[in-house]
Design a protein around this ligand. Structure first.
Ligand code: SF4
Ligand code: SF4
Length: 62
C-alpha cells in the first residue's frame, strides 16, 4: 500500500537542508505542494524509506 502524508504533521522539513522524504524516494513519488509533502500513490513502491526518514513521523503506510 502506498505511503500517505499527514498534512497536519508535515512541516515541510522546516529548518532542514532538504525535504527528507523527497530526498530518499528513489521512485520520484514525492512532491511538495504548498509546503507539504504529497505522495503519488501510482508511483509509490511502498519501500517505506520516507516513513523512516521523516523526522516528525508524518508519513505512514496504509
Ligand atoms: S514509500 Fe518509498 S516509493 Fe513510496 S513515497 Fe515513500 S520513499 Fe517513495
Ligand atoms: S520528511 Fe516529513 S516533515 Fe519532511 S517534508 Fe516529508 S513528510 Fe514533511
Amino acid at each position: 500500500m502506498p505511503a500517505v502524508v499527514d498534512p497536519a504533521k508535515c512541516n515541510g522539513c522546516t529548518g532542514r537542508e532538504r525535504e527528507e522524504c523527497l530526498f530518499v524516494c528513489a521512485y520520484e513519488a514525492v512532491s511538495i505542494k504548498d509546503g507539504k509533502a504529497v505522495v503519488d500513490e501510482q508511483m509509490c513502491d511502498d519501500c517505506i524509506m520516507c516513513v523512516d526518514a521523516c523526522p516528525v513521523e508524518a508519513i505512514i503506510t496504509v
